[in-house]
Design a protein around this ligand. Sequence first.
Ligand SMILES: Cc1cc2nc3c(=O)[nH]c(=O)nc-3n(C[C@H](O)[C@H](O)[C@H](O)COP(=O)(O)OP(=O)(O)OC[C@H]3O[C@@H](n4cnc5c(N)ncnc54)[C@H](O)[C@@H]3O)c2cc1C
Length: 456
Amino acid sequence: MNLVLPQGVVRATSAGAWSSVALQGWGRLGSAPCQAARPERLRDVADAVTSNNGRNLIAHGAGRSYGDAALNGGGAVLLAGRLDRMLGFDATTGVLVAEPGVTIADVIRVFLPQGFLLPTPPGTAFATLGGAVANDVHGKNQHVAGCFGDHVAWLELMLADGSTRRLSPTQDAPAFRATIGGLGLTGVITALAVQLLRVPSNAMRVRRQRVGGLEAYLDAFRAARGASWSVGWIDALAGGAALGRGVLETAEPAAESVALPTPGARRMPFDAPGFLLNPLSVRGFNAAYWRRAPAQGDERVMHANRFLFPLDGIGGWNRLYGARGFHQFQCVLPEAEAPRGLRLLLEAVGQAGAASFLAVLKWMGRAGSGMLSFAQPGFTLALDIPSRSGDRALLLRLERITQEHGGRVYLAKDSALSPQGMVEMYPRLAEFQQVRARLDPGGRFSSDMSRRLGLG
Ligand SMILES: Cc1cc2nc3c(=O)[nH]c(=O)nc-3n(C[C@H](O)[C@H](O)[C@H](O)COP(=O)(O)OP(=O)(O)OC[C@H]3O[C@@H](n4cnc5c(N)ncnc54)[C@H](O)[C@@H]3O)c2cc1C
């Protein structure tokens, strides 16, 4: 097989339908050697699922999860990138039927000019629809639109014996709810129907405002409750009275379209040397970002892609953290606990001197519909932590603070959560495991993450 290496595949040699590959998560924390198949047709998916020589298997989308959700060291992975056909679209209802390897960028390229957007796009358009279901992803409009799974009308799931069944809120609802946010552990999604969102143009009217500290930030989010989209950028290294300062962006659909931004050739061509990333340089970058927003705020109309996927413009930006990679920590805390919990989290990062470029704060309005969905009402904070000595201790501390404040860690980003933390933060875990045992009694579907978290 002639392999064109997708993101995350760092090495590959082939034999028949299977290739030996080494896969990485987006955080580039080590690599997992495994056998990979990259089927194009449904019948090839069934062959791969049923004939993997007794190895356990996990589906892999675009490899945009930061940790080990889509890795399977010593086992097999099914690379879903070539299952990328759009199968049908109803312009009157806005329902798109597609294979799981279709990316968010594909959908936007075809449907935004027709006045449709994906309902809850995450911060990268490189993610696939299969990955969006399996992590029940959320966007900058979670407070109004919920999560991706809320907009999935049905999906087709292939089980370990190669049979496929259709799941929906009314067709085997428990299996549907276990698969939404189910980390690929119930089977391989082979098709799905998703309700797109109607928009008046391809553009957004974006308001920026500086916020001086954490309490003011939370108040500003509450005041922006009615905004269609909102996201906060936090200077994770500012301390004292400036702790939690940042730039809040809110956005509404613009009436008129704008020209598509010309794709830049910006690309991180090498792993940044370690000395570049130090508290001084990161502090300088964060402070400059804060100052770039005018003190009195401003308003701009921009293409939706620029607002929704700001990091996608820099190819391979994950190399900025150097060859040792980085963790991303994201948690959500209930609103009542957020002021104290977020303060403790930011203080812990500051005290550890863990240089983090801009952290992201978002507001969540409702829980996700999957048994392992991450979302719950409150505030969610995401920050990068470079891999180096002491990082595990810091991550454990962040996990404890999150747990003590009634929150949970996001598995799409995770590389370090403990099995105990998983049990405490995900109250529907036992229910998930029951459904999983029914769908996959032989335990074929498994990943590095599921084993690390003690999910069998
Ligand atoms: C820059 C950046 C910004 C991000 N911003 C956000 C954000 O704002 N909100 C958010 O929620 N997430 C965000 N993410 C995380 C990302 O959206 C999720 O990790 C998403 O699941 C990645 O999709 P993927 O196609 O790369 O899937 P992968 O990372 O390859 O896989 C993710 C999971 O999906 C499973 N899976 C993939 N395909 C299938 C299939 N066909 N059948 C069954 N299971 C499958 C895998 O087994 C794995 O468990 C961001 C990531 C990046 C890199």
